[in-house]
Design a protein. Sequence first.
Length: 271
Amino acid sequence: MPIDDPTTATPSEIDEELARLGIEHAKATDTVNGLTARVRRLVNDGMDEYATELQPRIEQARQTIAECEAAARPLDAEFERRGGWTRAWLVLNTGGHVHRTMQCRTCFPSTRFAWLTQLSGHDETEIVEQAGKAACTECYPSAPVEVRNRPSRIKTPEQLAREAEKAERAKAKAAKAITAPDGTPLRTNQYGQIDTEFTARRSYIDALSYARLLTKRNVAFHRDTIAEYHKDAQLILAALAAKHGRTEDDLRAELAPKVEAKWNREHRNWS
Ligand SMILES: [Zn+2]
């Protein structure tokens, strides 16, 4: 996300933006290089008119490069102004190490890195703690042996983002779900197992309205069935109350108008 005021941004925020700009810059550079090579070939082969058609795309990519550089300048300046901060990179291959700089002599120009921007500005001891055996011995020579023997807990920003998304989805699912107050599945007589709050509310409303219909038609004949519907409604009410930390009375009052509406809309006409 673009940063309005670098002086109030955290190292992680600044580096995250610099990483994003770096990727955009690299893509645009690839575009310029690729298109320029094509233009050269076309001109060599005497097809200048096609070469001319590629110019606007080259110009646009050059513009992107200039914009990325302009946007990065105040962020780099802020890094300098604060006297720098810790940064960490993870080499993107199996068993890749964590380095404090991409200029580490154990790496090569072709080495692919993930910038661990979430660790920017963090204590080096903490970075080494998380990296465990993935900590580069050149970059972190003082890391204690017991830390070096631990498995790495390092994650790339992409992995962290995916995990956060997954947690968000699980949370959304949990928000829609319902169980009995003790956490076991909510089982009812007439509606089977109820998994979602939506179904729970709908079943509660149906149970009470239908029980009312049976009562009106022949309370003596339907006594057991009516009791079953009331029992289901009670189970659902208890589950809703437990989920939301509300009293059953409170929820009963909230749902009463909906039971009434269902009765008026449907069951009353059947009696
Ligand atoms: Zn290193």
